[in-house]
Design a protein around this ligand. Sequence first.
Ligand code: SAH
Ligand code: MG
Length: 213
Amino acid sequence: MAPKPEILAAFEAAKGFMPADEGLALYEAAEAAASLGLPLLEVGTYCGRSTILLADAARAAGIMAVTVDHHRGSEEQQPGWEYHDPTVVDPDVGLMDTLPTFRRTLHAAGLEEHVIAMVGRSPRIAAVWNTPLGLVFIDGGHTDEHATADYEGWAPHVAPGGLLVIHDVFADPADGGQAPYRIYRRALDSGAFTEVSATRSLHVLRRVPGTAV
Ligand code: SAH
Ligand code: MG
């Protein structure tokens, strides 16, 4: 099912980097994964645009969405870089801080009760995490260092039959950076995941039962 109009409106109004068509594919994956009854986890909250979709699917299934970010922005979001937004800089600290905007986004969407926000570096949170997940959505840092750490930290927590969703997967370097593509290839080549669907750069993979990551 597509999200209700008010959820779609909140999604459209939210600041962020998730196009509508890929967002709908993410929502569909979240709905399917939610039937496992396990939490859905996102790496890369930013201002909560994609979180809305995971949270709404979680709400419908009576489970929680968890979202992970240090809220200081990725490399390409820093001042002077292509994706910088000066309105998400904390003037007191002089660094990016997307947490206040994220909280407003969730509040406006009426989804605060369905989300746990974890503030910190993805690999450090993964290192203390020990709960199987119905879905892991990787949309964090796009360097090889970050994407690899996200894959190694979170892919092992995807439950058998659960979904691993990776954003910004571009087979052709002319279309974008290769780090998400490389972890996508690694997931498939490991034999632990098979591809379910692809909507432009959003790829949905399923964990094969009985495999090690
Ligand atoms: N999903 C969002 C976009 C995420 S942008 C949307 O739909 O709009 C990527 C985010 O990943 C940034 O907010 C950045 O702070 C975060 N990030 C990058 N590397 C990270 C890391 N190692 N640990 C935690 N968060 C990280
Ligand atoms: Mg992305």
